[in-house]
Design a protein. Structure first.
Length: 118
């Protein structure tokens, strides 16, 4: 049974930093390109960043480019998201998951809340 456990969120002032972690069980993260997603209040979940499966290639959506860094530790079966220079508009629940192959009934973890105050 797949389980994704996101952690590391919290309340931070604008300009601050947080490091999110996503620990997986029942799923070998090294077999997949892994992504971070977020869902702000009243909005749909959106893709934020991806780390490739077999190389160190990464990609970021424009709103977070230059401020967020995705990384992975395959030995720990964990994916990370370092978030710097946080802005109030980054406030959301953050989730990790496979970047591709998701459908309407795909499993999602509980996410971790990030709140950035101005």
């Amino acid at each position: 049974q797949v389980q994704l456990e996101e952690s590391g969120g919290g309340l931070v002032q604008a300009g601050g930093s947080l490091r999110l972690s996503c620990a997986a069980s029942g799923l070998t993260l090294s077999d997949y390109a892994m992504g971070w997603f977020r869902q702000a209040p009243g909005k749909e979940r959106e893709f934020v960043a991806v780390h490739s499966r077999s190389s160190n290639n990464t990609y970021y959506e424009d709103p977070v480019k230059g401020r967020f860094t995705i990384s992975r530790d395959n030995a720990k079966n964990t994916v990370y998201l370092q978030m710097n220079s946080l802005k109030p508009e980054d406030t959301a629940v953050y989730y990790c998951n496979r970047r591709y192959g998701l459908g309407p009934n795909s499993y999602w973890g509980q996410g971790t809340q990030v709140t950035v105050s101005s």
